[in-house]
Design a protein around this ligand. Sequence first.
Ligand code: ROI
Length: 158
Amino acid sequence: MPKVFVALGANLTDPKAQLDSACRALAQLAMPGTFACSPYYRSVPMGDVPQPDYINGVASFSTQLAPIALLDALQHIEQEQGRQRLVRWGPRTLDLDLLLYGNEQINTPRLTVPHYGMKTRSFVLVPLSDLAPQLILPCGTPLAALLTPALRAELTPL
Ligand code: ROI
């Protein structure tokens, strides 16, 4: 059964509570005893849209759901927590990104795995490394090789 990693981000409507609530919902998708969530971090928004700081984290679990069924479940949780797609790269109550699905590489119109931005985003790499410091990405790159001190310095532990 694949182990999956999901990035969580929020910067509206009590972001920490959004992540707590999302973790409870994600745990329902997990095989018993497999759910884990990283510490949360505060991060400066990436992109040009002025908006509040984000709270970010990463969750991991094993699941019986196939990739698209998992994506549907993630989008359902986003909707349940009031996600509206108003502005591209704008603020959001909850963003759930499927980072990794086992060692699979998936390229379909709806789903790209590994997530396209994950190798450069401090707010993904740091909490991912909290959960899985020895992780090797599907491309063969060790996660540790991507994590520079400068990237770590971008985040504030909550
Ligand atoms: N910036 C940060 N720091 N954290 C996010 O989760 C995040 N998510 C996004 C954009 C708008 C790209 N910026 C972000 O979708």
